[in-house]
Design a protein around this ligand. Structure first.
Ligand SMILES: [Zn+2]
Length: 339
């Protein structure tokens, strides 16, 4: 009996340990298989769920596993099922005030179900503009889809989010494709994007998502690919090579489970993974070293009081023209001092 109580206490303790701790920013890239679901919890315990993955039951499990007490906002990067299905149980359970979204209605049954649940929950649509939302002490900058994207294309109308806490920055852009990122590069003020500490791979590592030009602006230090078994070939070697080329460490939810970023006040952060297994793709690749600037071996104005000092510096003999040479040290005047 005592043992059973002990085990119960232990399991309760573990369950409690999974809740995002107070006093830090926690970002979880939830393992939802092929799809996206990112749970952001502020140091004050306020939470946003940005996308919910493709499965209602999986999202219910995750809400239990991570002991989510409330959601202040839900957000849909766009209306595809692998992003919004899990928002259905989240909305039903937490009745958040707003759903941040791209304002483009999808035509699927999943979308219809979500809008019904939102109505019942009293959740209002909040179309993405250029809002800055304060999630406690965490700053969320909304990147609305740029003007001119084809109206019916969900991916190209993805809503982006910049998460800032102290010096820490993360960037999430749903399934935006090259046409959208090109438009963002044209229209966003310089310095809006990178460098970012944590970046979500676009569109599960699809070949039409990330590009060299976009990543040059984003400058990601760590990339999380949210992906599961799929027939699309995600993540593609094209995307993984791009991440390697910018020297980013790569994390994958299909291999490592839920990826959690914990950010201290000020911005220092660490990344942990549910399964903990390092993969070849997760090994940080150092960028090619920049050539060291050419500097003289010794300052040109060095002077040695005597030959003992020259020998102590390992510079004997000193040749005429070398730093530190003086005729005073070259008694025989042959151009070699302190022989
Ligand atoms: Zn997707």
């Amino acid at each position: 009996m005592k043992r059973a109580l002990c085990l119960l206490a232990l399991s309760l303790g573990l369950a409690h340990a999974q809740r995002a701790p107070a006093g830090v920013l926690t970002i979880r890239f939830l393992d939802v298989g092929q799809g996206d679901a990112i749970l952001i919890t502020s140091p004050e315990g306020k939470s946003v769920l940005y996308d919910g993955g493709r499965s209602e039951s999986r999202m219910r499990e995750l809400i239990r596993q991570y002991d989510v007490p409330s959601l202040d906002l839900i957000a849909a990067s766009h209306g595809d099922a692998d992003h919004i299905t899990g928002l259905i149980p989240a909305a039903a359970l937490f009745k958040p005030r707003f759903l941040l979204n791209n304002g483009v209605a999808a035509t699927t049954q999943t979308w219809a179900k979500l809008t019904n649940i939102l109505k019942l929950a009293g959740t209002q649509g909040l179309p993405a503009r250029n809002q800055v939302l304060n999630l406690g002490s965490v700053r969320l900058t909304v990147l609305p889809p740029p003007a001119g994207m084809p109206a019916g294309d969900q991916n190209l109308n993805s809503v982006g989010l910049i998460v800032q806490y102290g010096s820490f920055r993360a960037l999430l852009t749903g399934d935006s494709e090259t046409e959208q990122t090109r438009a963002w590069l044209r229209t966003l003020p310089g310095g809006t994007l990178g460098p970012v500490d944590v970046y979500k791979s676009i569109h599960h590592g699809a070949a039409n998502g990330d590009s060299a030009a976009w990543l040059a602006a984003v400058q990601p230090r760590n990339v999380v690919v949210s992906v599961g078994p799929n027939n699309y070939g995600h993540p593609t070697s094209t995307a993984l090579n791009l991440y390697r080329k910018v020297g980013a460490a790569v994390f994958r939810t299909d291999l490592q489970g839920t990826v959690t970023v914990t950010v201290q006040p000020g911005g220092a952060y660490r990344i942990t993974t549910e399964k903990g297994a390092a993969t070849p793709a997760a090994v940080p690749v150092k960028p090619a070293p920049t050539p060291a600037p050419v500097v003289p071996a010794a300052p040109a104005n060095v002077t040695y009081p005597n030959c003992a000092a020259v020998r102590a510096a390992g510079k004997s003999p000193l040749l005429r023209g070398q730093p530190g040479y003086s005729s005073k040290l070259d008694r025989d005047g042959d151009g070699r001092a302190c022989e």
